[in-house]
Design a protein around this ligand. Structure first.
Ligand SMILES: Cc1cc2nc3c(=O)[nH]c(=O)nc-3n(C[C@H](O)[C@H](O)[C@H](O)COP(=O)(O)O)c2cc1C
Length: 197
C-alpha cells in the first residue's frame, strides 16, 4: 500500500514539474522612469502608424512598454491606467516571436499562454487589451481606452510606432487562451516605424 501511495505521489509531482516547465516566464527589467520625451512633446507626436520595421524591441524597451501600458506605479498596487472603481479588470497580453504571453503587473513578468504567433502588420510585438465584462455602463471599454492611450503616448515618447485596432486577426481568442467572461477589446502592434512607407 505504501509503495502505491509513493508511486502516485511521484507521478503527480513529475506531472506538476512538467507543467511548471512548460510555462515560460520572461522576467522584465525595471522600467526606466526618466526615459522618453516630455509629455507635451509625446502628445504632439501621438499618431496612428501602420507600417513597421522588422527590428525587434530589446528586453528593456519591452519592459518599459508593458509597465507603461498597465504596470504597478504605487505601493498599494494601483496602475499606470485608471479603472472604474479600481476593478483592474483589464489584462494585457504580449504577442512575441515565440508565442503569446500574459503580463502579470504585480510581478512585472510575462507568462506564456501559448506558442502561437498573434503579431499583426509585421510588427515585432503586438499587445492585446482584454477586459473582464463585469462593469456597469460598459466601463470596461472606457478602461481599455486608457491602456490604449498609455501605449500611444509611450510609443510617441520613445520614437516607436503603434496603432489601436478594433479589427482582430483570425484565431486571436484561441492563441491568447482568453478566459471565460473576458473579451478582446483592441490589439496594438508596436515597433519601430518603417520610414520607407
Ligand atoms: C477604438 C478604435 C478602434 C480602431 N480600430 C482600427 C482598426 O481596426 N484598424 C486601423 O487601422 N486603425 C484603427 N484605429 C485607429 C484610427 O483609425 C485612428 O486613431 C484615426 O484614424 C485617427 O488617426 P490618429 O490616431 O493618427 O490620430 C482605431 C482607433 C480606435 C480609437
Amino acid at each position: 500500500m505504501q509503495k502505491v501511495i509513493i508511486a502516485v505521489f511521484l507521478s503527480f509531482s513529475l506531472a506538476a514539474a512538467a507543467a511548471a516547465q512548460e510555462t515560460r516566464v520572461i522576467e522584465l527589467k525595471k522600467p526606466q522612469l526618466t526615459k522618453g520625451k516630455a509629455v507635451m512633446t509625446a502628445l504632439n507626436r501621438r499618431q496612428s502608424v501602420r507600417w513597421f520595421d522588422k527590428r525587434e524591441l530589446d528586453l528593456q524597451t519591452l519592459s518599459n512598454l508593458m509597465w507603461a501600458a498597465t504596470g504597478v506605479n504605487r505601493e498599494d498596487g494601483r496602475r499606470t491606467n485608471p479603472t472604474a472603481m479600481n476593478r483592474q479588470e483589464i489584462d494585457v497580453y504580449a504577442c512575441l516571436k515565440d508565442g503569446a504571453y500574459l503580463y502579470n503587473p504585480q510581478k512585472h513578468i510575462l507568462e506564456q499562454v501559448s506558442a502561437g504567433d498573434c503579431r499583426v502588420l509585421g510588427a515585432p510585438v503586438t499587445l492585446a487589451i482584454v477586459a473582464k465584462e463585469e462593469l456597469p455602463n460598459n466601463y470596461h471599454y472606457t478602461d481599455a481606452g486608457y491602456v490604449s492611450q498609455n501605449i500611444y503616448l509611450f510609443a510617441a515618447g520613445m520614437g516607436l510606432a503603434t496603432v489601436a485596432r478594433g479589427s482582430m486577426p483570425d484565431g486571436l481568442q484561441d492563441t491568447l487562451r482568453i478566459k471565460k467572461g473576458y473579451k478582446i477589446i483592441l490589439n496594438h502592434p508596436v515597433g519601430y516605424p518603417n520610414t520607407d512607407k
